[in-house]
Design a protein around this ligand. Structure first.
Ligand SMILES: [Zn+2]
Ligand SMILES: [Zn+2]
Length: 279
């Protein structure tokens, strides 16, 4: 079945008018809530979607703050797992996100393994998205949509499986954008299978990297704690303390020799100290 879209992308704001069309076929009406006018908005998370090479803005539909170029791709049914299509600064975030999703086969549900809000019991992922939403917490299904279907702003997303923890983009359909979904072609797509394979590898590498960093932090903390214990221990005699200070001085790690370049002594909170725990 051929699907046509009569939405016009109007960049000339002086002439732009939001769609006031009423009636028509039910299929057409479904799209009326997305405006046909775009404005300069926040930079899209995908490369090449800025207004110009040096611009830090992207065109976004004013109704949903959805990137015009991402909407065009989604309407053609294009989705991608390719991290390298994202802006450099968003790639780590994408890996962090996917590391919290139980990525399975394309036809399975991929459950969210990350934070669940204690109060609302809703799954959530922290991300401050200026110009898109004032909320710093987003439903992982929307985030999964952003990282695969495109930066569609606060476009709604529904699952075909009804699983509220499912983050499998093949089960997620952006709403009111007019996406063309062809499940069979996705499951048969060699390109998507390759992208998915690469993503899984990248996520594994990311998790190993993070685990090593965490281990290094813990090792350093243990050493610092052992020193502190000795210094504060009233039963530790002067010779022990003197020896400890001398050892530290010779090793260049005494507190008086601390440089800000040695972050080990300025211990940052660990990643798992969740700032959202109180939600
Ligand atoms: Zn975009
Ligand atoms: Zn599912």
């Amino acid at each position: 079945m051929a699907i046509t879209y009569d939405l016009l992308i109007v960049f000339d704001m002086s002439e732009a008018q939001p769609s006031r069309k009423t009636g028509g076929h039910a299929y057409g009406r479904r799209h009326q809530t997305m405006s046909n006018t775009a404005e300069e908005g926040e930079l899209c998370i995908y490369t090449g979607h800025s207004l110009g090479k040096f611009s830090s803005h992207s065109m976004r539909y004013d109704s949903h703050q959805a990137c015009v170029r991402c909407v065009a791709a989604a309407r053609e049914g294009r989705l991608s797992f390719d991290i390298d299509r994202l802006l450099k600064r968003e790639r780590k975030r994408a890996l962090k996100f996917w590391s919290q999703v139980a990525i399975g086969d394309p036809d399975e549900c991929w459950d969210w393994k990350g934070t669940i809000n204690n109060r609302t019991k809703q799954p959530q992922f922290s991300w401050r998205r200026h110009g898109i939403s004032s909320s710093t917490q987003h439903h992982p299904q929307r985030v999964a949509m952003w990282f695969t279907w495109g930066d569609l702003g606060f476009t709604g997303v529904k699952t075909t499986c009804g699983n509220k923890y499912c983050c499998n983009p093949f089960h997620l359909i952006p709403q009111r954008v007019g996406v063309f979904v062809d499940q069979d072609s996705y499951l048969e797509s060699f390109e998507l299978a390759c992208q998915l394979h690469t993503l899984k590898q990248q996520v594994t590498e990311y998790m190993i990297e993070e685990a090593l960093k965490e281990q290094a932090r813990m090792d350093e903390s243990e050493e610092i704690d052992a020193r502190a214990e000795l210094m504060l221990d009233p039963t530790a005699g002067m010779p022990e303390r003197f020896e400890a200070v001398m050892t530290d001085l010779l090793a260049g790690r005494h507190i008086s020799q601390t440089e800000p370049q040695q972050p080990g002594l300025f211990r940052k909170p660990a990643e798992d100290e969740d700032p959202n725990a109180e939600f």
